[in-house]
Ligand binder design. Sequence first.
Ligand SMILES: Nc1nc2c(c(=O)[nH]1)N[C@H]1C(S)=C(S)[C@@H](COP(=O)(O)OP(=O)(O)OC[C@H]3O[C@@H](n4cnc5c(=O)[nH]c(N)nc54)[C@H](O)[C@@H]3O)O[C@H]1N2
Ligand SMILES: Nc1nc2c(c(=O)[nH]1)N[C@H]1C(S)=C(S)[C@@H](COP(=O)(O)OP(=O)(O)OC[C@H]3O[C@@H](n4cnc5c(=O)[nH]c(N)nc54)[C@H](O)[C@@H]3O)O[C@H]1N2
Ligand SMILES: [Mo]
Length: 751
Amino acid sequence: MENKHNIKVKSPPNAAAGSKAVAVASKKLLGKMSLMKGLRILRRLNQTKGTDCPGCAWPDPEKRSKLGEFCENGVKAIAEEAMSRDADSGFFKTHSISDLRSKSDYWLGLQGRLHEPMVLSEGETHYHPVSWDDAYELIGSQLKMLSSPDEAVFYTSGRTSNEAAFLYQLFVRKFGTNNLPDCSNMCHESSGVGLNQTLGIGKGSVLLDDFVHSDLIIIMGQNPGTNHPRMLNTLEKAKSRGARVIVVNPLKEVALERFSNPQKIDGWIGKSTALADMYLQVRINEDVALLKAWMKVLLEMEYEGKNVIDHQFIRDKTEGFESFKENLQKEKIEALIQRTAISEEDVYNSGYWIGESKNIIVCWAMGLTQHVNAVDNIREIVNLLLMKGSIGRKGAGTCPVRGHSNVQGDRTMGIWERPTKEWTDKLRDTFNFDPPATPGYNVVEAIEAMHEGKVKFFMALGGNLLPAAPDTTYTEAALRNCELTVHVSTKLNKTHLAHGKTSLILPCLGRTDKHIQKSGEQTISVENSMGIIHSSNGVLTPPSPHLRSEPEIIANIAAQTLVKDDINWLGLIDNYDSIRDLIGKAIKGCEDYNKKLRHNHGFELPNGARKGVFNTASGKAVFTINNLAEEKLKGHNFLMMTIRSHDQFNTTVYGLDDRYRGVYGGRMVVFMNKLDIAKEGLNTNDTVSIYNDYGDRKREVTGFQIVPYDIPDGCIATYFPEANPLVPLQLKARRSNTPASKSVWVNIRKT
Ligand SMILES: Nc1nc2c(c(=O)[nH]1)N[C@H]1C(S)=C(S)[C@@H](COP(=O)(O)OP(=O)(O)OC[C@H]3O[C@@H](n4cnc5c(=O)[nH]c(N)nc54)[C@H](O)[C@@H]3O)O[C@H]1N2
Ligand SMILES: Nc1nc2c(c(=O)[nH]1)N[C@H]1C(S)=C(S)[C@@H](COP(=O)(O)OP(=O)(O)OC[C@H]3O[C@@H](n4cnc5c(=O)[nH]c(N)nc54)[C@H](O)[C@@H]3O)O[C@H]1N2
Ligand SMILES: [Mo]
């Protein structure tokens, strides 16, 4: 953990990106690799037939910029993966597990790419090298020894390619379990659940081109300047065509206020565009109150004779409007507005804009999905769009902005602990076996099951479950309960150190590496946030000859585990086209997968909502009645959200600065309203401890430095993953089980 005295706080900048972003990106890149290597990869990044950025899932425009389709944080992601340094056997010989456990995620990441397979046998203090064959043998024999396939859990993170994900779920289901939790469970699960139920598809409905046809773009609970920087180019373009932008966020995020496009001369010389036309600083988790207030404004406008609701659309395409409206009429607009902490004037004015606009897009991310009533947030957005008929037509619709670069593709490929019957039936018919019918564990359930000793085997295809999950102490104990933990990873991380009795680290190729198999260089495929599947090709020579590709590792484990299986698992690896042939047979919308993938820009998956066709039980889009935020937890004063800094990718910490929020040199900070600081008798720069008690046990993390910030009173923000020990595992969204890591009740005391 860093020393708090090193943390410097300055005023946030006036605009995001600009030449500063280019300077920071270049410095990060050159700090980790040679100029030649850097240029080789950047030239191909996000280009047609190039390498898909391992950062976020924002789509690429059809016409790519000659200057390159990447952003500062994409460059950081590349530098982190392709760095010229190795954590080899010498490194593991020097550092014991207990030594490594005392290091931060940042330090672990700096040690470089994993070099060769490593094992930690029972009772040992150091990981040591193991051959691939012995590793596969160990996994196969452990899996065959389980008394039920459900004693194994197979986690996935969202960088995994479609080819690897498809093979993985097929192997796991043939093995006999649906225990396929993934990072999505902690991420956009609430979006999937809310959208599926109301619009018949768990994905967003817009395409990139819709933005330039939109009148109004509402961005809720998302910080694209840091997490989806290429989205700012899209917003700039939409604004130049006349779209208005409303931002709903408790924090003033600089990038949503002003943006200097580093791909344009104007941006280089410091000229910037204002992005938000209105910035609404909502109180944490009062988005449902705001959405309800807006919809009441629409009803008021209608009473005044303005035609702002699309009655024809509601009649033809939806159900449940009358009871929804009746429920809405019971709410008092004054009370709703008061909950939001936004002024009455701003709520009305933004509501009038919604009334006046025809084509509306709502974008959102973790600020909406990680609350107990997160599914309600999403369903309330759908209600608003349905009232406006703003779905299924150009320039309008839903835009859940995904996290990991292929998290959406992994779900399409079947990484899902609760597959639909339609999915399972198709798998059965294609592969002639009976897939397990009972739902598997999601992330929270898997942790609980490990804790209770019901799970003996844990495998992770990527990711870093320990710090990413809630309740770090509890999760660590859960992982330690396993007989064998297996980690397929590119970089060393904390989860490798929370090992089972025996543990394996299997180092794999990353997105930037070339995959060479018997038939030559291989392509992989991914799906972006808008449902477009396209290819990705690594360009770098892998950092070590001992690395294997994810599909190859999975095929070998399957071959070791499934006796007398009718799939020639190892044969599939010689040419990934054969994996894609299976995908084409087993997944609706993926027919002729190989052929369609060869098209320059890939292909679009079927999306009913995009066309105004709703695959719900009734064939209509559904209005729903939703809950306002929960009561305050007794005896607690602050609602805490755990967010990302500008210098991290989830649990991978690139550096210790959060430039857009003016924080330098450390991550142990708590952003707090000035009035709250005074009210608590605290001072700027004080070090505090944050604690809570949800009735089961006391949780506490110490050593946060106070940073005064423009945030509604009663709300505070800390960084993920440092604050995860404060998120109780049982605090999760209704219906989606997503940990509520954006609304944790806490108290603060000076230390
Ligand atoms: N560089 C970089 N890129 C990334 C990632 C990364 O860590 N680094 N992570 C990737 C992943 S997996 C994901 S899921 C996405 C995450 O992308 P984001 O969702 O943008 O990430 P968070 O930092 O969690 O930010 C959430 C935003 O929601 C706001 N917020 C919090 N609570 C509320 C609320 O109650 N209401 C509203 N309206 N707003 C709220 C916060 O102030 C913050 O601006 O980014 C992806 N891209
Ligand atoms: N409190 C709090 N907790 C959160 C969140 C939050 O906002 N607040 N956000 C949640 C969200 S949205 C998400 S998505 C999860 C993220 O949870 P995860 O996806 O589990 O975590 P990451 O940090 O993305 O995983 C990083 C690790 O992935 C491995 N890796 C990187 N690239 C590859 C690759 O190509 N192949 C393989 N096999 N491994 C690779 C590296 O070893 C690296 O250490 O965290 C969740 N946790
Ligand atoms: Mo995510």
